[in-house]
Design a protein around this ligand. Structure first.
Ligand SMILES: C[S@@+](CC[C@H](N)C(=O)[O-])C[C@H]1O[C@@H](n2cnc3c(N)ncnc32)[C@H](O)[C@@H]1O
Length: 283
């Protein structure tokens, strides 16, 4: 990398270099990383397009580009990912929230009363449960997460985005809950990728995100099965269950829901047209 490059020259160089490394959106990523290194907006980069970068500025952006060249996700490098219009802190070891999961939040928010108690299992950064708490300012939300790094990150996000209304419990699904209560909604985006799909995942995912957030045994069904089977003991009658799933699991998940006493079971497609969420009410 030349020492006296302008913003324009650096972005062009970084775009080509990242593209060569197989990065899918090299120009956008180069802009995000340079803006982060310069503590400015992407728009400001264009205002300063022909400004030469100082040695210190180049020294700040170089390691960020190097990390991206190794296919580390942009969200880990920036330490933040936007979800439902809010910034969620993320760090290596913590699953990065995905746009398709925003629909799970929307379905839950539409299904419950504003002052509901809501349980988010498999909380990760807290994206689902914290967003529900932020969208429903009278709701009380409990989060359960098995990974200590993710649980700590969820606590930070809860404090920043819905202070005082979210409790985070570290542990395994319902067993982590300290007292028997009944919730108006149980939501979860659990690990559900079938092991056989591992080879199809991008390096950003398979080499960088925690595998306990991605893969589940029984062809992806193992954690979903325990959530659906257990939810009835924690929901009020008529309570809402919403779970993100792999499209290949639809028949098994429908069957699990019926056997666990759920009615009005629906499969909701994501924006890509894939069967992505199962919702139902406890009879
Ligand atoms: C696909 S990620 C979803 C994270 C977050 N809900 C989101 O949508 O961004 C699944 C999360 O479930 C956690 N997890 C896996 N098995 C679990 C279990 N048995 N009990 C609680 N959490 C679990 C993983 O550590 C991971 O953070």
């Amino acid at each position: 990398m030349a020492e006296s490059w302008t913003v324009r020259a650096l972005l062009t160089w970084a775009r080509d270099w990242l593209a060569n490394k197989g990065v899918e959106s090299p120009r956008l990523d180069a802009e995000l990383l340079l803006a982060h290194a310069l503590s400015c907006s992407r728009t400001k980069l264009y205002v300063d397009f022909d400004k030469p970068l100082s040695t210190a500025e180049l020294a700040r952006v170089k390691p960020l580009l190097k990390r991206r060249g190794q296919r580390e996700p942009v969200a880990y490098i920036l330490g933040v990912r936007e979800f439902y219009g809010r910034p969620f802190r993320v760090r290596p070891g913590v699953f990065i929230p995905r746009p398709e999961t925003e629909l799970l939040v929307q379905l839950a928010v539409e299904a419950v009363r504003p002052e509901s108690r809501v349980l988010d299992l498999c909380a990760g950064s807290g994206a689902v449960g914290v967003t529900i708490a932020a969208e429903l300012p009278e709701a009380r939300v409990d989060l359960v997460e098995t990974s200590p790094e993710a649980a700590a990150t969820a606590r930070e996000n809860a404090e920043a985005l819905a202070p005082g209304r979210v409790r985070v419990f570290a542990g395994d699904l319902f067993a982590a809950l300290p007292e028997q209560v009944r919730y108006e909604a149980v939501v979860a985006n659990p690990p559900y990728v079938p092991e056989k799909d591992r080879a199809r995942l991008a390096p950003e995912i398979v080499a960088h995100e925690p595998h306990q957030a991605l893969f589940a045994e029984e062809g992806g069904l193992a954690v979903i099965r325990r959530i659906v089977a257990g939810a009835g003991d924690w929901l009020v009658p008529g309570g809402f269950l919403g779970v993100e799933i792999d499209p290949s699991l639809v028949p098994q998940v429908r069957d699990l829901c019926a056997r666990a006493g759920f009615t009005n079971v629906r499969i909701v497609k994501d924006l890509a047209g894939l069967d992505r969420h199962v919702v139902g009410t406890l009879s």
